[in-house]
Design a protein around this ligand. Structure first.
Ligand SMILES: Nc1nc2c(ncn2[C@@H]2O[C@H](COP(=O)(O)OP(=O)(O)OP(=O)(O)O)[C@@H](O)[C@H]2O)c(=O)[nH]1
Ligand SMILES: [Mg+2]
Ligand SMILES: [Zn+2]
Length: 308
């Protein structure tokens, strides 16, 4: 029998059978060690084969079917274990807020670079727009047009007023979409607005350090009544990049990828080489200085605990 993993706690899994029924499952013993470098061999979105115990309404997962794709992050630069956030997704949206809490462009760019690495279409949902006024409003508009111009789909939403939720809903139709982002940005609140029946737990951010309080604890996949699936995930502090080759980083910045063939050297790092098309575009203002700075930081492996 086959099913779709809708929740993964690391020790047990919720699996949706083809008739829509959901049953808790464990893993067949030997599967646990198959891929020891990830924290769990089974992720939300995985299609699995299982043995169904009809008397107890439980199952045992015995095989994960081949994934179309997946997205992995490391929790910190030094951690050995990587974590499969989700598998078989059509698109990954970062929920970002400019305030309460603040999402840095460094974090946004590391998320986008990861999505590019896995060839997963990415988007940015700027949430809590009801709180943006004055300078924040201007900053929001700058970032919205910057990332749109690079080719990422951008949304401006408020889970309080409902602003922009309709456009977002259109983009989610018939797709499986991952929501990621810091704790407290409103991932669950936006999903509740889209699908009120879910009644997902949300919580106010801490008044003490103005950050989220990690309300959602496990990734979970939900069916949207308009068609499609959405994956809510626990807030993450950092989007750790998994091992990558330095030569590949520029390719994951679409605006660099588009022009780097014009560099004089085909192994150009776009840092110090003469006749570099990327540096030229940067000087002409065609490549954003902040994006370029984040590119350099990724190359230097200098992405942990950054707050810019
Ligand atoms: N003003 C305002 N508050 C919002 C908005 N969206 C969410 N919130 C509030 O922000 C707080 C955090 O929202 P959650 O949905 O719990 O955030 P989350 O991203 O799911 O957080 P974790 O589950 O911890 O990762 C709650 O108090 C929400 O009511 C918004 O658009 N505007
Ligand atoms: Mg949540
Ligand atoms: Zn170059």
């Amino acid at each position: 029998m086959e099913g779709l993993v809708t929740k993964s706690t690391g020790s047990w899994y919720m699996v949706r059978l083809t008739d829509g029924m959901r049953i808790p499952c464990t893993l067949k013993g030997k599967m646990r060690i198959k891929d020891i470098r990830t924290t769990s061999p089974v992720a939300v979105g995985d299609r699995v084969e299982l043995d169904f115990n009809r008397e107890e309404n439980t199952g045992v997962i015995r095989n994960v079917l081949k994934r179309d794709n997946y997205i992995i992050r490391k929790s910190t630069k030094l951690s050995k274990a990587s974590h499969i956030i989700a598998a078989n997704i059509d698109q990954a949206f970062l929920i970002a807020t400019l305030v309460l809490p603040r999402t840095s462009t460094g974090f946004i760019d590391r998320f986008l670079v990861t999505a590019e690495a896995y060839h997963i279409p990415a988007g940015i949902v700027f949430n809590k727009t009801d709180l943006y006024d004055g300078q924040l409003r201007q900053r929001h508009q700058e970032l919205f047009s910057l990332y749109s111009s690079i080719g990422y789909r951008c949304f401006a939403t408020s889970a309080v007023t409902g602003d922009g939720i309709g456009l977002l809903a259109e983009a989610l139709k018939e797709k499986t979409t991952l929501f990621s982002g810091h704790s407290g940005v409103g991932k669950s609140a936006v999903i509740n607005f889209l699908e009120p029946g879910l009644k997902l737990r949300t919580a106010e951010i801490s008044a003490w350090h103005l950050k989220g309080v990690h309300t959602t604890t496990f990734a979970e996949l939900f069916e949207l009544s308009a068609g499609g699936f959405i994956i809510d995930t626990p807030g993450i502090r950092e989007f750790g990049l998994i091992d990558f080759r330095k030569e590949e980083v520029a390719e994951r910045f679409p605006e660099m990828r588009a022009i780097m063939h014009q560099c004089q050297f085909n192994n150009c790092t776009h840092i110090h080489e003469p006749r570099c098309a990327v540096k030229k575009a940067l000087e002409e203002g065609k490549i954003d200085a902040g994006r370029y700075r984040n590119y350099l930081r990724i190359l230097e492996g200098d992405w942990e605990d950054l707050d810019t």
